[in-house]
Write a protein that binds this ligand. Structure first.
Ligand code: NCD
Length: 327
């Protein structure tokens, strides 16, 4: 598993999977594997980022990602400070440049930023000296989620190359889907996207150019998308991003009937298929409780891996010393 060639991590920020090569992704996954064990220790702390400051700035709602970055920072001994919620000053009309200047006045080494607008973290990265990590920007990218998903898949399946991965649900509004399409294609998996036609953007297969054109296919029927799949990743309908729009599907009950994952529909996938979800789950809508809690579900492993992956990213971008990494 740890056979990827070693080289220095060549990026200052983590703004999206689009900027990473397969070798960078494997570098992060290998490092996350080594950090995973720290979570099982009685004292879950290494001195790697002692004296470094990590600002977690969440301008959109988050539970898992925010807590996971906070725990990851604390396990690396960084000082982590959280700024969150709709009470932040961007909502009061502060410009991106002013936000960036104010954040820099606190001298952070790393800024973890969740932003409602696609490109928010990229813009901030232009103005600040700190390393910027995109923790989800609008419907654009959510790179650490895709990395933790890849880490979880690799852990359970032993590889990613050649796997059939079905991603089902609100693809249109999903930054998780976009980042996963890129990451999984770069690592050689085949990606099957499935949703009502109104929830799949036209041309999504081409978001990563020829690479994703070769690795991504769109399916209209859930049964077809799941047929022989190794991994089934379900997504939430992001109602909060559709406020004021015409409905994209007739009603939730019908959506659930045609696109919800039940023990019945899961039967189409390989017998050893794993079931994933980035959370939060809408039980009974995209996934029935017996599947969410069933033996093929690795949803809580995703959360555990999320901490290890974020430790790895903080380590690479926050200036940790390798010799300290596991001390
Ligand atoms: C996702 C997100 O915020 O993009 N959740 C997460 O980060 N764990 C997906 C979602 O909200 O449905």
């Amino acid at each position: 598993m740890n056979d990827s060639p070693k080289r220095a991590f060549p990026h200052r920020h983590l703004l999206g999977i689009a900027h990473l090569e397969a070798i960078d992704i494997l570098h992060i996954l290998d490092l996350a594997d080594t950090f995973l064990e720290i979570g099982d220790r009685a004292i879950k702390k290494v001195p790697t980022l002692r004296g470094r400051t990590v600002l977690n700035v969440f301008l959109e709602n988050s539970t898992r990602t925010r807590v996971s970055f906070e725990i990851a920072g604390k396990r690396m001994s960084a000082d982590t400070i959280n700024i969150s919620g709709s009470g932040s000053s961007t909502k009061k009309g502060e410009s991106m440049l002013d936000t960036a200047r104010n954040l820099m006045a606190m001298s952070p080494d790393v800024i973890v930023l969740r932003h409602g607008a696609a490109g928010g973290p990229t813009m901030i990265a232009r103005y600040v000296d700190a390393a910027v990590i995109n923790a989800g920007d609008g419907t654009h990218e959510h790179p650490t989620q895709a990395l933790l998903d890849c880490a979880t898949i690799r852990r359970h399946k032993g590889r990613i190359e050649g796997l059939q991965v079905a991603i089902v649900g609100d693809i249109d509004h999903s930054r998780v889907a976009r980042s996963n399409i890129l990451a999984l294609s770069k690592l050689g998996a085949q990606v099957r996207l499935c949703a009502p036609a109104t929830l799949i953007p036209r041309g999504i297969e081409a978001i990563g150019g020829d690479l994703t054109r070769e690795h991504v296919a769109v399916f209209r029927r859930l049964e077809d998308a799941l047929d022989g799949a190794d991994v089934v990743m379900m997504l939430r309908i992001q109602n909060e991003r559709m406020a004021g729009e015409l409905p994209r599907f007739p009603n939730t009950r019908e959506y659930s009937r045609y696109f919800g994952l039940s023990t019945n529909t899961l039967d189409r996938a390989r017998p050893d298929a794993i079931v994933m979800h980035p959370g939060p789950i809408n039980r009974g809508v995209e996934m029935m409780p017996e599947v969410a809690d069933g033996e093929r579900s690795v949803i809580l492993d995703q959360v555990t891996y999320g901490v290890a992956v974020r430790m790895a990213v903080l380590y690479l971008l926050g200036g940790g010393l390798r010799s300290d990494a596991l001390a």
